[in-house]
Design a protein. Structure first.
Lengths: 313, 851
């Protein structure tokens, strides 16, 4: 893979970061920028640069992991963005990543399908597996890897072609020519994304003429057309109005069980409404990870409680 | 503060408006200027009555044989059938001089005058012919030198007639132009002693030889070659005569022929009868003149009433009793020379009695028995103007400057002011097919200047437009794919920093003066290509083939190594295909030349060695190549993919390589078989001409122009399409990558289609640059205005033509204005192309905003 242009770097950098800077910098300054109030011991440990163990609830041990992450570090050049993250994404469940801006949620998400490779100077350490296969191994073909993972971005990004072509894009690039198969996949994917009834009469019209919410659901249809083993949603509703957001949330609810979903969200209500598990991240560390109800109602750490109740962040 | 801001706002708006409007006005003014110079070309000719003179005493019994006007349009002369010659003034019809030209020999029985010259030949009843000249001789003198009598008779209007001379005072004080009749006949030449000459004509050949044809009362047609010998001591000229008779050309019972003409080159003699039949004799060989053909000149229906030569004495002008003028000239074909009818012009209503050719162009003055006259441009089939002489016209003349036209009749002469405008450059002549003298068929010809006085400018813009489009086509064929692929590569595959420096490097390339490129093309590249033509052509085949082969070979490398090779190493491997391909082409050129092109490609292209099959093979190769690619994708690849799931990497790679080699071989073989089949059926591209891309090689060929002009337009196309590609929003690329698409798939399926209109507009701008490019085509094409797509032939573009010819065109002449019309055409072409590009780009911008 050739090296990258600066534009792509911008694109990959979380838009939600108000300062526009990369997450997780020197622990000392991070403590002062992240939260000033005398918050609990974990944050102090983080600000001192000490290592700590993620508070993982025991319910997760019973789950069958699709994606396994073990002691994962990530550096953007000289700055470290992820610190020893360990977690698993349970099969058939919706897992939400929450945390303040710049905490590394999106970076972690994009590490799963190695989209971070497109950025200059990214270095990773630790282990990540997809259904037991290494993601960062030496022999891994990143193109083949990405075909097994679906991804939906913050801003709806349909291709400027017909709705039909958008949905079956992944099959097209695989060289599938069977028209019946393509039609079938298109219909199933659009139905899966709850879009079929709205667009079945205009499959050949340009996708850019759809509304923002429809476009985002089209992107989800495009992602599930390839039958991904895991679906990554990177703040899928941040560019949408409340009604469209509601539809996407309903859709995520319907996809539960059929797909394993890992999503990043800024919206605490969304996380509590849609996800089965929630992981709270802070300054590049995974702080607490457990069933959504527990994280929001009775978190084990005070810091998590502070965050989900809106006391900081 | 607020006030000053408002003033600044106003000042800015004003200056920007002024600048914008000024630019628009400047461009419009250029257009208006070009238009104003070019548009008079299409003005119509005029024939205005200037003066009518009554005949002198006793003239009515005698017919006028020939007439003429002097160079300054002041004097008229006419020769009557009694041998008397009269010189009169144009303005008043006052007689200046009278001369009995033949003297004791009596009235001439035969006569002919060569158009555009003063040379005349007269035949007499005693079987002699006399060659001479009739004209007006003018000299400039001062008032002191002219006779006192002339000074005394000077009229108020500044001229007078005195002692057989015409005096005209010029605006320069004290200068007088004196014009006198200058007419004399040479010594009698014994042609057919004792037998009356009924028809005679002559022409002067190279080397001073006079050739003469004469038809005598006894029915003999004779050809005579006269070589003048001048005795240096006595100053006397004697003729050495060689005679050759065509016996029994006409036997006693036959109708008598009415016209006899000898072509200006002395090759053809035409003997015509009143019923329209003409016998065409080849008289080149004095010892064996022979009849070539007999032709019906007036389509069999009408009577031939007048026949004379057009300027240059090659084209026969034939007038019939219906007032139709026809032009015939000999064309060389397989059997030698054959007369063809090139033009038919319905100019008058009654029987044409006289046809008088102008001395400077293809305009003739035609008069009929009803007294109508017409000025006709023969080549363009156009009647420029008509008028009425009010009496049967016996003879007519156009002045040497084409400003006066005269018709002579029994009741005197009529003079017109003639304004011919620009008769060679009608719309039909500029953009349509015109049948020029000596050409086998009507065609598009550009030949603006020639060596002789009788040369006719041929001003078809079509070969130039064709040449412009041809140069553009070949340079786009070479430059556009390279530029666009380079743009895709640098926007989709290169790192930002490398891309920036590459872009500025390519923009420096755009700054190379085109005269330097043209110079290199003409003096370095063209000779190199000529010496290594086959090698150069094979490169187009070998470099892509080697690249594909390397790609196939790379699949043998183990996966871990392949992943590590991605990036720069892979690029280096790709670049390696360039020298390898060139080396392969070089190595192949000798065996390929021996195997397919008879050992010498240049001779093969010329049609001297080898068969037609390789030509078709070359043409069909791309077709079969595309076919093989499609077949591969449709049928082979899916099956291979299915089958190879279980295979090892090496086995898959070997299968891929095998299929690649097999399909390549199949493509070559298929093209060869199909080519041989077409060749067997009898087609040969080399001699096809027209749209055939293959033909005789000349050093300054379109191939060289394609290369070098392609090089010149690469930067334009590259820069603009790179901009278009880079402005495709990045989130589209990310979406594609996230789906598992490779960079190439992303570029081909998402980025390029999204930027398509921007790339199209880049192509259009490149096209506009190529259309207007001057120096490269001027220096590297040979500037031959031919209309064929032959890659190995030259061409002439509108722009190069203007650059070459404008310095030598006389201001406001037809040629000059035609060049401005060429400029206007060029302006229109680039304007259309650029406007199209701009509108597409605007559309693209709007769409890009949507994304």
């Amino acid at each position: 893979m050739f090296t990258q242009n600066s534009k792509m770097e911008e694109e990959l950098t979380p838009h939600s970061d108000p300062s526009g800077k990369l997450p997780a910098r020197d622990p000392g300054t991070a403590a002062t920028t992240g939260g000033t109030a005398p918050i609990g011991g974990v944050f102090e440990a983080i600000s001192r640069g000490e290592s700590f163990v993620t508070e993982t609830h025991e319910e997760l041990a019973a789950e069958d992991p699709v994606v396994g992450i073990e002691d994962f570090d990530l550096h953007y050049g000289a700055t470290q963005a992820l610190f020893g993250v360990s977690m698993c994404v349970p099969r058939g469940k919706v897992t939400a990543l929450i945390g303040p801006s710049g905490c590394g949620k999106s970076t972690l998400l994009r590490s799963v399908n190695r989209m971070n490779d497109l950025i200059d100077g990214v270095q990773t350490d630790g282990k990540m597996t997809l259904n037991g296969d290494s993601i960062y191994g030496r022999k891994v073909d990143v193109i083949e890897l990405r075909k097994r993972i679906g991804m939906v971005f913050q801003k709806p990004n349909p291709f400027p072609m017909s709705i039909y072509e958008n949905v079956i894009y992944s099959l097209r690039i695989d060289g599938v020519r069977d028209k019946n198969l393509l039609d079938e996949v298109c219909e199933l994917s659009l139905k899966g994304a709850g879009l079929w009834d709205e667009v079945k009469d205009r499959l050949n019209s340009n996708a850019l003429r759809m509304s923002g919410g429809q476009q985002q659901r089209l992107c989800i249809a495009r992602a599930i057309a390839a039958e991904p083993e895991v679906l990554l949603l990177d703040e899928p509703c941040s560019a949408l109005d409340p009604i469209a957001t509601g539809k996407i949330e309903d859709l995520i609810d319907q996809l539960r069980g059929h797909y394993s979903i890992l999503m990043v969200t800024h919206n605490m209500q969304q996380a509590s409404r849609t996800s089965d598990y929630t992981a709270f991240m802070y300054l590049g560390r995974l702080v607490e990870y457990g069933p959504t109800g527990e994280i929001f109602m009775q978190p084990k750490l005070r810091e998590t409680e502070d965050y989900v109740t809106g006391r900081f962040g | 503060m607020r006030k000053s801001a408002r003033y600044a706002e106003r000042a800015a708006r004003l200056s920007i408006t002024l600048g914008g409007v000024g630019t628009i006005i400047a461009v419009s003014l250029i257009f208006v200027f070009l238009f104003s110079v070019a548009v008079p070309l299409f003005g119509s000719a005029k024939l205005d009555v200037a003066s009518v003179h009554a005949a002198d005493k006793g003239d009515e019994q005698h017919e006028v044989l020939h007439g003429g006007v002097d160079e300054y349009g002041r004097l008229l002369w006419k020769l009557q059938d009694d041998g008397h010659l009269y010189l009169t003034t144009v303005a008043e019809g006052a007689e200046v001089a009278e001369l009995d030209l033949a003297g004791a020999a009596g009235a001439p029985t035969a006569h002919a005058m060569e158009p555009g010259t003063e040379r005349i030949v007269l035949g007499f009843g005693d079987g002699t012919a006399r060659i001479g000249e009739i004209g007006v001789l003018s000299s400039l003198e001062t008032e002191d030198e002219i006779p006192a009598g002339a000074l005394a008779t000077k009229g108020a209007d500044g001229h007078c007639v005195f002692e057989e001379a015409f005096y005209e005072w010029l605006p320069t004080k004290g200068l007088v132009r004196v014009s006198r009749l200058n007419a004399a006949l040479g010594e009698p030449i014994e042609v057919n002693p004792g037998v009356e000459l009924q028809l005679v004509d002559r022409s002067q050949l190279a080397g001073g030889e006079e050739k003469l044809v004469a038809f005598s009362a006894d029915g003999t047609l004779g050809v005579y070659s006269l070589r003048a010998r001048r005795n240096l001591l006595t100053g006397e000229t004697t003729y050495k005569v060689r005679t050759s008779q065509i016996p029994e050309a006409v036997t006693g019972d036959d109708a008598r022929p009415s016209r006899l003409l000898l072509s200006g080159n002395g090759a053809s003699a035409y003997l015509a009868w009143e019923n329209g039949q003409v016998r065409h004799y080849d008289v080149r060989d004095m010892d064996a003149p022979k009849l070539i053909e007999t032709v019906e000149l007036t389509a069999g229906r009408a009577k031939l009433t007048a026949m004379d030569f057009l300027l240059g004495s090659t084209t026969l002008l034939v007038g019939d009793d219906h007032g139709t003028l026809r032009a015939w000239f000999p064309v060389r074909d397989d059997d030698g020379l054959t007369l063809v009818e090139a033009h038919e012009i319905d100019c008058l209503d009654d029987a044409i009695t006289t046809i008088a050719s102008s001395g400077r162009s293809r305009i003739v003055m035609v008069g009929d028995a009803a007294g109508r006259v017409a000025a006709v441009q023969v080549t363009t089939n156009e009647v420029l103007a008509r008028s009425d002489a009010r009496q049967p016209v016996q003879a007519a003349a156009i002045s040497p400057k084409e400003d006066l036209a005269v018709a002579f009749g029994a009741q005197g002469s009529a003079v017109w002011q003639l304004d011919v405008a620009f008769p060679e450059a009608t719309f039909g002549a500029l953009f349509g097919k015109v049948w020029y003298e000596g050409y086998p068929e009507p065609g598009y010809t550009w030949q603006s200047t020639g060596g002789t006085d009788s040369f006719e400018p041929k001003l078809s813009l079509m070969p130039l437009i064709y040449g412009t489009l041809k140069a553009t086509f070949y340079s786009m064929l070479f430059g556009a794919p390279i530029a666009i692929l380079a743009a895709i590569y640098s926007s989709e595959f290169l790192a930002a920093r490398t891309r920036a420096s590459l872009k500025s490097l390519i923009e420096i390339m755009a700054g190379l003066p085109s005269v330097v490129l043209g110079f290199l093309a003409a003096l370095v590249f063209a000779p190199f290509v000529q010496d290594n033509l086959l090698g150069v052509l094979l490169c187009f085949l070998c470099v892509p083939a080697v690249l594909l082969l390397l790609g196939q070979l790379l699949r043998f490398v183990p996966r871990t190594v392949e992943l590590r090779l991605q990036g720069t190493p892979r690029l280096l491997i790709a670049v390696l295909s360039l020298p390898l391909g060139i080396l392969l082409a070089r190595a192949l050129s000798a065996p390929v030349a021996d195997g397919f092109f008879g050992g010498d490609l240049l001779a093969w292209l010329d049609g001297r060695v080898g068969g037609a099959a390789p030509g078709w093979t070359i043409l069909l190769l791309p077709v079969f190549g595309v076919g093989a690619v499609i077949a591969n994708r449709r049928f082979v690849e899916p099956r291979l993919r299915e089958a190879s799931v279980e295979w090892s990497r090496t086995r898959t790679a070997a299968a891929g390589l095998g299929i690649f080699l097999f399909l390549s071989l199949l493509t070559l073989l298929g093209a060869w078989i199909a080519g041989s089949l077409i060749a067997w059926m009898g087609g040969d591209l080399r001699s096809a001409g027209g749209l055939s891309p293959i033909g005789t090689y000349v050093q300054r060929s379109s191939l060289v122009v394609g290369f070098v002009m392609g090089f010149a337009i690469i930067p334009v196309i590259y820069t603009l399409s790179e901009d278009a590609l880079s402005s495709v929003p990045n989130h589209l690329r990310l979406a594609s990558f996230a789906t598992g698409a490779t960079r190439w798939q992303t570029a081909a399926r998402v980025v390029v289609p999204t930027a398509a209109s921007g790339i199209f507009s880049a192509l259009m701008v490149g096209l506009g640059r190529a259309v207007g490019e001057t120096m490269i085509v001027l220096m590297a094409t040979g500037n031959t205005p031919v209309m064929e797509m032959n890659l190995f032939n030259g061409l002439r573009t509108l722009s190069a033509n203007i650059a070459v010819e404008l310095p030598e065109a006389v201001k406001d002449s037809t040629h000059y204005r035609t060049l401005f019309l060429a400029a206007l055409t060029l302006f229109a072409m680039t304007f259309v192309v650029n406007t199209l590009a701009e509108s597409v780009r605007q559309h693209f911008r709007k769409r890009a905003h949507q994304l």
